[in-house]
Write a protein that binds this ligand. Structure first.
Ligand code: HEC
Length: 136
């Protein structure tokens, strides 16, 4: 029995230490001072909706518009591979008419119903003139 007593003493001390350490962890720590980095500033007012630049229907402007079609319909409307229709030499009334149908959702399409919406009637007419004048 004489040997066991110091063991109890050690066990008792370590329990007290453990309780004190635990209690220490529970004491509330003061809230950190407000940091300017963490402060959430109110969002600025949203910008006004975009206004589009007036159509550039100069010869160079029309060429730039028509260049937007080149990725799929080929340079100056000469499509390569035949998977997508070429626009070079296409009848301008037909081209403009199809763009209108795409825009209004009256001709089913995978892409053109969205692309057509990006152009005004004047821009489409100018592009139709441009493509009609291109050699096949
Ligand atoms: C990302 C590829 C892509 C681009 C860019 C694109 N087209 Fe198309 N175009 C198509 C596809 C694909 C079709 C077939 C219809 C469909 O599925 O959308 C088509 C069909 C057409 C047709 C109908 C052809 C026919 O024989 O009836 C016309 C006209 C046309 N595009 C005009 C244009 C014009 C003008 C532009 C540029 C402003 C343009 N496309 C840009 C992919 C494209």
């Amino acid at each position: 029995m004489k040997i066991k007593q110091p063991l109890f003493l050690i066990a008792g001390i370590s329990t007290l230490v453990a309780i004190n350490v635990g209690a220490g962890a529970q004491t509330p720590t003061p809230a950190p001072a407000a940091s300017p980095i963490l402060a959430i500033k109110p969002l600025p007012a949203p910008p006004p909706p975009p206004t589009f630049a007036p159509a550039n229907l100069t010869p160079l402007g029309v060429r730039s518009l028509a260049a937007n079609c080149a990725a799929c319909h080929g340079t100056n409307g000469n499509s390569v591979g035949g998977a997508i229709a070429g626009l070079a030499g296409m009848n301008k009334e037909y081209l403009a008419g199809q763009m209108k149908l795409f825009k209004e959702g009256k001709r089913e399409a995978t892409l053109m119903h969205q692309i057509a919406k990006g152009y005004s009637d004047a821009e489409v007419a100018a592009m139709a003139d441009f493509f009609a004048a291109q050699k096949k």
